[in-house]
Design a protein around this ligand. Structure first.
Ligand SMILES: Cc1cc2nc3c(=O)[nH]c(=O)nc-3n(C[C@H](O)[C@H](O)[C@H](O)COP(=O)(O)O)c2cc1C
Length: 357
């Protein structure tokens, strides 16, 4: 495998290795980010997208979403909104809490975000995007970056123009998820657009979409010449993916988690969640991710079902122990007797269905 892949810089912030934990609302909170960072290989962590309306109106949830730990650096705060003044105020708040980078979300497809001109709405209103980026640029001194999609509609693909505009406004890194807003999560991300953007701008460019393996990541670097690769859903299924890609980059043996690593990560994550939030939301987060972490393992579907039916901390902990005891001993895992399989816990998670409410 090629070892061409090297760290890059967003001004003086080194992204090493050039692998980014992609922002995911409802997932990449402080617990998930630290869990992944501890596994190794994450070159940049990004917050969930944070509403500038919430931040600038002192909404406690939005403020909590900006929290991070020193061991997470380099750390980017991602904000979304459509009003230049609010965006500037929020950008300043992110700088004040010590974020290394301020990222503007230009990709969220949720109707309630787009309706107010934010998220992917900015892809079809370059005038507003320009106003916002120029205003933020004047307000903050930390690097400003954007995360964009291919375009708004399938027939208005404009990633290259959006990227050029962003660069002209002083943006210092462009991350591109190669799907349109209209496309949502259908089909595959168009990584050729990443290559095209990389060809026309001088600032570093990273690509996002569908990277779930070491080979996949290497192929994207090779085929597009991109500086960095973002991984989102792939990290939910395999929290060691960054570490594994980094191992491959350095020609080291690839780390393979054991069953006991997998059991331990579930406990570690649940402990972090319980420290950070009340019991019920912690259990709900656990339900969301425990299933992803055990994808592909024997009896994983039944384990997901049994976690889904747990309502207390003790029940969750018991189910984890029962499951791993069974599979470690090579016994089949039958789950909770008679528990029906809940279709939604096996459903694919996307930000389209996440925000559909
Ligand atoms: C549950 C979920 C939430 C997401 N939230 C955000 C977000 O807050 N900000 C953002 O820029 N992208 C968000 N995305 C998009 C991802 O960052 C990423 O670009 C996309 O999922 C494609 O990459 P992947 O195939 O590696 O997941 C979200 C995706 C998912 C699945």
């Amino acid at each position: 495998m090629t070892t061409e892949i090297k760290p890059f810089k967003i001004r003086d912030v080194e992204i090493n290795p050039p692998l980014v934990l992609s922002p995911m609302a409802g997932v990449t909170d402080v617990s998930f980010r630290r869990l992944l960072k501890r596994r190794g290989g994450v070159g940049l962590s990004v917050s969930e997208f944070i509403s500038v309306e919430g931040l600038t109106r002192n909404n406690p949830k939005s403020k909590r979403q900006m929290r991070f730990y020193e061991d997470e650096r380099p750390f980017a705060v991602q904000i979304f909104g459509g009003q230049p003044e609010r965006m500037c105020m929020a950008a300043e708040m992110a700088q004040e809490v010590g974020a290394d980078i301020l990222d503007v979300n230009c990709g969220c497809p949720a109707p309630k975000v787009v309706k107010h001109g934010g998220g992917s709405g900015l892809l079809k209103d370059h005038c507003r995007l320009e106003q916002i980026l120029k205003a933020i640029k004047k307000t903050i001194t930390i690097p400003l970056t954007v995360k964009i999609r291919a375009g708004f509609y399938d027939h208005t693909i404009n990633a290259v123009d959006t990227a050029k505009l962003a660069e002209d406004c002083g943006v210092e890194h462009i991350a591109l998820h190669g799907r349109t807003k209209e496309q949502g999560y259908r089909g595959l991300a168009n990584w050729d657009l990443v290559r095209q953007v990389k060809e026309v701008v001088r600032v570093p460019v990273s690509g996002s979409g569908d990277v779930t393996t070491i080979e996949g990541a290497f192929a994207k670097f090779r085929e597009t010449g991109c500086d960095g690769v973002l991984i989102g859903r792939g990290a939910m299924a395999n929290p060691w993916i960054f570490r594994q890609i980094e191992d491959a980059m350095h020609g080291r043996p690839i780390f393979e988690p054991t069953l006991s690593d997998k059991r331990a990560i579930l406990h570690e994550y649940f402990d972090m969640l319980r420290e950070d939030m009340p019991e019920t939301p912690a259990i709900n987060r656990m339900k969301q991710l425990a299933g992803q972490f055990t994808r592909g393992l024997q009896g994983g579907a039944l384990f997901r079902t049994s976690i889904y039916h747990s309502h207390t901390v003790e029940e969750v902990l018991d189910r984890i122990e029962e499951y791993f005891e069974a599979i470690e001993a090579g016994r089949p895992y039958y789950g909770e007797a008679g528990a029906p399989i809940e279709p939604q816990i096996n459903a694919e998670i996307t930000d389209c269905n996440f925000f559909s409410s």
